[in-house]
Design a protein around this ligand. Structure first.
Ligand code: ZN
Length: 348
């Protein structure tokens, strides 16, 4: 993820340029802008004031549809299994093993591979997204995404990305466990495991500078593919899960995400009594896998906690290890997203 994604007080410092090939004029449903933003980055040690008033308190309607909940013990087991592969940067043995592992876990599902060769400053690198499709009874698709790769510039270190890569990949697998074998009363749910989220720049190992065109390879590839085949138009909501394993969970409200979808997430969190974990501060997340889909007009919500360690100290650090994350945080996030799906299904 983007090292520039600090919760800056004034504005984001990163200049984001769209590379998706999608028509940005279709993004009327989405908030904010992904281009031209600039300003001084102010690494904050405390939450900033929300950039906008909290959403109106929607009534607690009782939605129809299935109640699905994550099994945190299963999610935690998957975290451990993924971490056992070691570092999983693109081109590594760990990444290859992870791909085989995901296919094995999803072998009884409708899992498809979106393989491609990414042109990176480090040369051509084979990559693959994996999409597991769980059909529903309603016309339309809800996508849940996570990146599966670990930080490339840290490839010469012991960095394993317990939170940044493993936690959300494990959570998607735990959600697959809940979707599998059921007749889903609602939209189809697709789980997208993205390759190549992390920046692969021209810099040397250990240099963590981020470059937008040299990252988000997998999500950009899939967004383009789905734009061409018409899938993007069928997507009712896209939830991106990123770095939500933090023991001290505080998910930010991303002003690059779609406001009504964030309001729905907030409503789902309140229904479960988890509102204290959500949206206590706002920020603008640039350089994450939701943006290529946002640029294609898809409603997106980046569910992310960037306040990882004091002043973000564990983010893109060898300190990003399993002792910093918890099954409870995976469960909170997973259950809120599943509840948000139920709310979406209940909408006319
Ligand atoms: Zn990262």
């Amino acid at each position: 993820m983007n090292a520039c994604r600090t919760w800056s007080l004034l504005a984001l410092v990163c200049l984001f340029v769209s590379f998706t090939g999608c028509d940005n004029n279709r993004t009327a449903v989405a908030s904010g802008s992904v281009s031209g933003a600039s300003g001084a980055a102010t690494p904050a040690t405390q939450p900033v004031e929300p950039s906008q008033p909290p959403p109106a308190q929607a009534p607690l309607v009782k939605p129809a549809g299935q109640v699905l909940r994550v099994d945190p013990a299963r999610a935690w087991l998957y975290v451990k299994e993924i971490l056992a592969f070691g570092p999983r940067w693109d081109g590594s043995k760990g990444q290859e093993k992870l791909g085989q592992y995901l296919h094995a876990k999803l072998k009884n599902d409708q899992a498809e591979e979106d393989a491609f060769v990414a042109e990176t400053p480090a040369g051509k690198i084979p990559m693959r997204n994996i999409v597991a499709k769980f059909p529903g009874t309603k016309d339309g698709i809800i996508v849940l995404g996570s990146h599966i790769d670990t930080n490339y510039p840290l490839r010469k270190t012991s960095f394993v990305g317990a939170n940044d890569g493993a936690a959300t990949t494990a959570l998607l697998l735990a959600i697959a466990d809940q979707l599998r074998g059921k007749k889903l009363e609602g939209y189809s749910v697709w789980l997208a495991f993205f390759d190549g989220e992390e920046s692969i720049p021209t810099n040397q190992p250990g240099d963590l500078s981020w470059s937008d065109p040299e990252s988000l390879y997998g999500s950009r590839h899939l967004a383009q593919k789905w734009e061409k085949d018409g899938t993007n138009k069928k997507i009712k909501a896209f939830f991106l899960l990123d770095m939500i394993g933090d023991k001290d969970l505080d998910i930010l409200r991303d002003s690059n995400s779609t406001p009504w979808l964030l309001d729905l997430v907030e409503q789902a969190a309140r229904r479960l009594g988890y509102q204290s974990y959500f949206f206590q501060y706002s920020s603008t997340v640039s350089g994450d896998d939701h943006l290529p889909f946002k640029d294609c007009g898809v409603p997106v919500a980046d569910i992310i906690d960037l306040d990882y360690g004091y002043n973000g100290a564990f983010h893109h650090s060898v300190e990003d290890t399993i002792d910093k994350i918890s099954p409870k945080s995976l469960q909170v996030t997973g259950d809120v997203v599943l509840e948000a799906i139920r709310l979406l299904n209940a909408r006319p």
